[in-house]
Design a protein around this ligand. Structure first.
Ligand code: R5P
Length: 291
């Protein structure tokens, strides 16, 4: 049975369709003191697949509660799908006294499940922080389908770390060049500066591809530079459209024509689903059958 977190309703339903597994109706309540209570009153069967993106602290609590709830209801095998793993960018102790938050979160999840499926984690190495088997699924290529017809397309990564993702989207689109900018982020202020590559963008449609758009600083800088240099249309494409605060309007102000994301984080721009890629990982589960 597929058990959704409150932030992964759309993806969980798409996964239930893809895998022909039943979809549980979980409930998400709060006590007067603010504590949360996520429950699965309808859970049946020996196997559970919890699907819960962790884009907020509340979502983390919910995920841990759902894992525990299905065990309590009799699940013998629990797979947890983390469509977007929050805290994954804190994958090292950057200063004395700081935690490795990604490790702390991964260990907490590992205590309540038998297997984890991660979708396009910020760094593949975060998989090593889990103490149960992890499968990593790459969902970037689905971003090609909503792009429509592009003129002389350039698929641009805003920093070197996103080049692989830009190449995947270009390959799935089937046409166009790839390139990347260099990025510098001020650790104190979070301000981002990008150094343009030499790629000619005048009159071309440019798709800026990144794994995450959070504050929009990185994407916004890239879009602004491309606009100044004469790009025809600029599309912002990302696997995880976290889009906190004013990120969407910030990108609009920078001159973006369209924002395209997947449903690993459910936002207005989540126009494609990561469900087929996740379903493949679930179908390959070592134990046959599902409840
Ligand atoms: C960083 O390496 C990531 O790939 C993204 O570029 C970054 O997380 C985006 O964050 P923001 O939208 O806050 O600039």
């Amino acid at each position: 049975m597929i058990v959704p977190g409150s932030s992964s309703q759309q993806l969980a339903a798409a996964l239930a369709d893809e895998t022909s597994r039943p979809l549980a109706t979980a409930t998400y309540d709060r006590f007067p003191d603010g504590e949360r209570l996520a429950a699965v009153p309808s859970f049946e069967g020996p196997r559970a697949t919890v699907v819960a993106t962790t884009d907020s602290d509340a979502a983390w609590v919910e995920l841990l509660q759902l894992q525990d709830a299905v065990r309590e209801a009799g699940a013998e095998h629990v797979t947890t799908v983390v469509p977007y793993m929050g805290y994954a960018r804190q994958d090292a102790s950057f200063r004395e006294g700081q935690p490795i938050s990604a490790r702390a979160m991964a260990r907490a999840i590992s205590t309540g499940c038998d297997r984890v499926v991660l979708v396009t984690p910020h760094e593949p190495a975060v998989a090593d922080f889990y103490t149960v088997p992890v499968e990593t699924v790459d969902a970037a290529s689905v971003l090609a389908s909503p792009l429509g017809s592009l003129t002389d397309p350039l698929f641009l990564a805003p920093d070197a770390g996103a080049v692989d993702i830009a190449v995947q989207v270009r390959d799935a689109y089937g046409d166009g060049e790839t390139d990347h900018f260099e990025k510098h982020r001020d650790r104190e202020t979070g301000a981002v500066e990008v150094s343009p590559s030499d790629a000619a963008v005048d009159g071309r449609d440019v798709v800026v591809v990144d794994d995450i758009v959070a504050t929009g600083s990185t994407m916004g800088e890239a879009v602004e530079v491309l606009r100044r240099r004469g790009a025809a249309r600029v599309v912002a494409a990302c696997v995880h459209p976290v889009l906190v605060g004013n990120a969407t309007t910030r990108l609009r102000a920078a001159g973006v024509d369209r924002i395209v994301g997947t449903d690993t984080v459910e936002r207005g721009c989540s126009v494609v689903t990561a469900a087929p890629a996740v379903a493949d990982a679930l179908q390959a589960e070592p134990i046959a059958g599902d409840g």
